[in-house]
Design a binder for this molecule. Sequence first.
Ligand code: ACO
Length: 325
Amino acid sequence: MKRIGIIGLGEYFPDKVLTNQDLEKMVDTSDEWITTRTGIKQRRIVKEGQATSDLAIKASKSALKEANISAQDLDLIIVATITPDMQFPSVSCLVQKALGAKKVACFDISAACAGFVYGIAIAQQFLANSFYKNALVVGAEVLSSITDWKDRNTCVLFGDGAGAAVLSEVKRGGILSVYLGSDGSFADLLKVPAGGSRYPATHQTVDNRLHYIKMQGNEVFKFAVKYMTESAQIALNKAGLSCEDVDCFIPHQANLRILLAVAKKLGLAKDKIYLNIEKYGNISSASTATALCEAVKEKRIKRGDIVVLDAFGAGFVWGACVIEW
Ligand code: ACO
């Protein structure tokens, strides 16, 4: 099998900043509660009319530029999102048109916060088997569109943004291992109940606020710690490595307390974990993508480093990926 690696990264965040102080005016909460319970200080929110594809397109253009390839060179576009512009067509088709990528296959995947890791795993298979040469994987979300701004249990957590990666064959390093997992028995703990075929939109579903994220935070917290820890261990094991070999750990930025608990269980020093949750909150599939992009930009990752992407989300789904940079 060919060695496949990431040859370009990009990210995009909308300009509007929503701070904890802004949220204090919207629901019964405080900067102190949000900061100590989640580690989040602010998040980015789209302006009216801005959709997931708008963010995805901007992040994708940056990733292509960094990879130094044109959209014509792409064979595959995968967009991971739980907040598509509309039910169909896919966000990936809207990205394809905007980029002018002529000969690509494209589809969206729904793997919530683990979407980017799932996308990387899928793209790697297509490229390693020589089916395709260059792939674009995007994690993009407008979570503000499914956030109940009257529910203090959830509205303090989420934000909007997009991250993108171009994958291709590399001469050295690259993706060393991938591990993916799931357990649908916990589907009810974190979901948007209505708007699909089970409960299509009606006046009643809207009145009952069923088009917004519903989460049993406490339960989700425990499973996130368990499965993110296990995912990283299994992926490292598959790569023939241990936690001591990790130079930079890029977890899904769900909650600072979750990330610190995972790092502690893995025996990782705090300076090996990349954190940007303070600035952006939880942006689901865009989280690991943008964290990786920023860690590289800030030179927290250098050539030859062992990087672990680790994510967990609604479904439940989880996964990790070990990359030699
Ligand atoms: N401000 C003030 N008080 C609040 C707020 C708030 N924003 N939210 C909840 N509280 C209150 C609760 O009402 C409760 O009060 P009570 O004791 O009087 O009932 C108290 O604070 C404690 O609530 P808990 O839910 O127990 O708080 P917890 O410490 O568990 O933190 C949180 C809640 C932040 C949601 C946490 O459980 C969490 O991060 N869970 C995991 C989220 C996650 O990882 N999601 C996965 C990915 S998301 C995706 O896939 C889209």
